[in-house]
Write a protein of this length. Structure first.
Ligand code: UDP
Length: 236
């Protein structure tokens, strides 16, 4: 697991957004994984996950506060959280100002529908070249269609590890494009769900808000975070 900590992007979010801007402007291909303890834990048991996370072309950013704190515990100086939803919002804004093409893949059909409406109204210069909900059977086929459209930004919102595995599997079909797995971000950006209030985010308690809102998340949280802490303590 130590090699994943070593790989984490450790500067501030602003500098990361500058990299996004540059890569978007010059049509560079990029695959970003926003990591939380669950991601790191998965890599222990899931070979495919371990491979894609350690691939030299995969950019790993610290999404969850658990990752930031754990990294610091074992002396990796990680600056701050860079979340999937912030990256999604940043890419949408950058895409609009640079007049780029975007594809949305994931979430429920009604979410995708409102997402299209919200984004096309607010960002008229961003071209939505296509979108598909995340419950279609043949997801590989959708990726073939995406490749033909040559979008500049591809946001995949299906939760880990599905979104990352799908992107990784099809990445070599693309010459350009910024690819990110953004979890539940479409639910929030479309207005179907609310992100945690600012105070929760500021106090690094966004995870608590999500559990309070959706108590079924508690098992998932325990399984990844508590076990993760024990693992990290062993690395000390
Ligand atoms: N989802 C999907 N296809 C699936 C399973 C899930 O598109 O087969 C979507 C789901 O509708 C939700 C997102 O994936 O929008 C996962 O959200 P969650 O909040 O669980 O992800 P997290 O941010 O916790 O990784």
């Amino acid at each position: 697991m130590r090699n994943l900590f070593e790989k984490l992007y450790n500067k501030d979010a602003e500098s990361f957004y500058n990299i996004l801007k540059k890569n978007l402007k010059y049509n560079k291909k990029m695959f970003i994984v926003t990591a939380n303890p669950e991601t790191f834990m998965m890599s222990e048991k899931d070979k495919e996950m371990a491979e894609l996370l350690l691939d030299k072309n995969t950019i790993l950013v610290p999404d969850g506060i658990g990752i930031v704190k754990a990294a610091r515990m074992i002396n990796y100086d990680v600056k701050e959280r860079i979340t999937g939803i912030d990256i999604a919002n940043e890419l949408i804004e950058l895409g609009d100002s640079l007049k780029k093409k975007i594809y949305f893949f994931g979430a429920k059909p009604e979410v995708i529908k409102s997402l299209n409406n919200v984004i096309s109204e607010k960002y008229p210069n961003l071209k939505i070249v296509g979108s598909k909900d995340g419950y279609v059977k043949d997801k590989d086929k959708v990726f073939d269609e995406i490749a033909e459209l040559e979008p500049d930004i591809i946001l995949v919102a299906m939760g880990i590890p599905l979104q990352e595995k799908l992107i990784y599997k099809h990445l070599n079909k693309f010459k350009k494009g910024i690819f990110v797995g953004v979890g539940g971000s479409f639910d929030v950006i479309s207005g179907h769900k609310k992100r945690a209030p600012k105070i929760f985010i500021k106090l690094n308690l966004e995870w608590l808000y999500r559990i309070l809102k959706e108590p079924s998340r508690i098992k998932r949280f325990y399984d990844s975070n508590v076990k993760f802490l024990f693992k990290v303590r062993k690395l000390k």
